[in-house]
Write a protein that binds this ligand. Structure first.
Ligand code: KIV
Length: 289
């Protein structure tokens, strides 16, 4: 065996399926590359705390994203823009502590990587050293390629994010679908190829027409992770508060709600209040003597 040939343990990594196959260690970029090769699709969820991350990890979700969507889904901001590195480090460390098997990917928040590849490296290193994440994600195609290249050269696995990039909400004037029309479609394909060429191990495609996402998925050798990008992506990601029905009000068209936790928790809080008011809680079985 020479330095470039995989060890027997690494070989097993590439043949073990993401669901049911890998049980005793964290999912790696090699597992995700092998999943694309054999056509195994996978799910990714966001997580912002140890408790929720632990539930998704136990359920077998292979990749958890500490998204900067924490800004609007967890920390009470209107957008992802105000999220800071210190907040991302704190949330990411909690998610790492709450999990054993999932690959943990953390977002580089707005302003933490756009200045230069050196700034991206400095902050990616913080997420890896202080929080213990296995990979980082950053937004942008061609414009972020130099930073991705430097991070990958330095040993940082990078997930890219193109299409609708929420950190640019003020430049977009909202959250419009991207890649519609020939010119925009060509630009998206160029972005996808640029981040793959730079070394990204996966590419998030957000709010992109399904036909275009299918074309990108076919042309890339690395997995695509869709959110509002149709069924042909290699993987799908949802924000956990959306998929679990915690979000108040309207959710985007691409969200499927798999539970209604907001109603369940609201009902529980109201039942608790009624029991307290009526004096039926605490009952004898909840009482020390
Ligand atoms: O921050 C986030 O949750 C994301 C997903 C929407 C992909 O970037």
């Amino acid at each position: 065996m020479n330095a470039s040939s995989p060890s027997p343990a690494q070989d097993r990594a590439s043949t073990a399926t993401l669901y049911g196959g890998v049980t005793n260690r964290r999912i790696t970029v090699r597992d995700l590359a092998a999943a694309k090769q054999r056509g195994e699709k996978w799910s990714m969820l966001t997580a912002y705390d140890a408790l929720t991350a632990g539930v998704f990890d136990e359920a077998g979700t292979p990749v958890l994203l500490v998204g900067d969507s924490a800004g609007n889904c967890h920390l009470g901001y209107e957008t992802t823009v105000p999220v800071t590195m210190d907040q991302m480090v704190m949330l990411s460390a909690a998610v790492v502590r709450g999990t054993k098997r999932a690959m943990i990917v953390a977002d580089l928040p707005f302003g933490s990587y756009q200045e230069s590849p050196a700034q991206a490296m400095h902050n990616a290193a913080r997420l890896m050293k202080e929080a213990g994440v296995g990979a980082v994600k950053l937004e942008g195609g061609e414009r972020s390629a130099r930073s991705i290249e430097l991070l990958v050269e330095a040993g940082v696995p990078v997930m890219a994010h193109i299409g609708l990039t929420p950190q640019s909400v003020h430049a977009f004037g909202g959250y419009p679908v991207q890649g519609r029309g020939d010119e925009a479609a060509h630009r998206l394909l160029r972005d996808a190829k640029a981040v793959q060429q730079a070394g990204a191990f996966a590419v998030v495609l957000e709010a992109v027409p399904a036909e275009l996402a299918a074309q990108v998925t076919e042309q890339l050798s690395v997995p695509t992770v869709g959110i509002g990008a149709g069924v042909d992506c290699d993987a799908q990601v949802l924000v956990w508060t959306d998929f679990a029905g915690m979000t108040a009000g309207r959710v985007p068209k691409f969200v499927k709600q798999y539970a209604n936790l907001r109603a369940v928790l609201g009902d529980a809080a109201r039942a608790f209040a009624e029991d307290v008011q009526s004096g039926t809680f605490p009952a004898p079985e909840h009482t020390f003597h």
